[in-house]
Design a protein around this ligand. Structure first.
Ligand SMILES: [Zn+2]
Length: 100
């Protein structure tokens, strides 16, 4: 009787630690994708969804991100303000400006 000994005991499941860093990066890519769709369709404005306390350029920025409508160029500069930012852009084909 022959035995094949697998050395599974020495193998630890490889956990991709890098995964912890990916959500923000993919959110940037996702937002960049939204903006390129906006550009393709000539849509000048996007509606910003973000945390209620989120500033536009950083968390303490008094210019709050949740102000609904930004230009696509503005949005491209600040696809996210901080780590784990939940910012997303919705397209506004109607081009409606936010009342400031
Ligand atoms: Zn945010």
């Amino acid at each position: 009787m022959s035995r094949v000994v697998h050395r599974n005991g020495a193998r630890m499941p490889v956990r991709a630690r890098a995964e912890a860093a990916t959500p923000a990066r993919s959110a940037v890519a996702y937002n960049a994708g939204s903006l390129s769709v906006a550009r393709e369709h000539g849509i000048p404005h996007v509606e910003v969804a973000d945390g209620a306390d989120c500033g536009w350029t950083s968390h303490p920025d008094p210019d709050k991100a949740a102000r609904p409508v930004r230009t696509v160029e503005d949005a491209a500069q600040w696809p996210l303000a901080h780590a784990r930012c939940a910012r997303t852009f919705g397209l506004r084909p109607d081009g409606e400006q936010a009342s400031v």
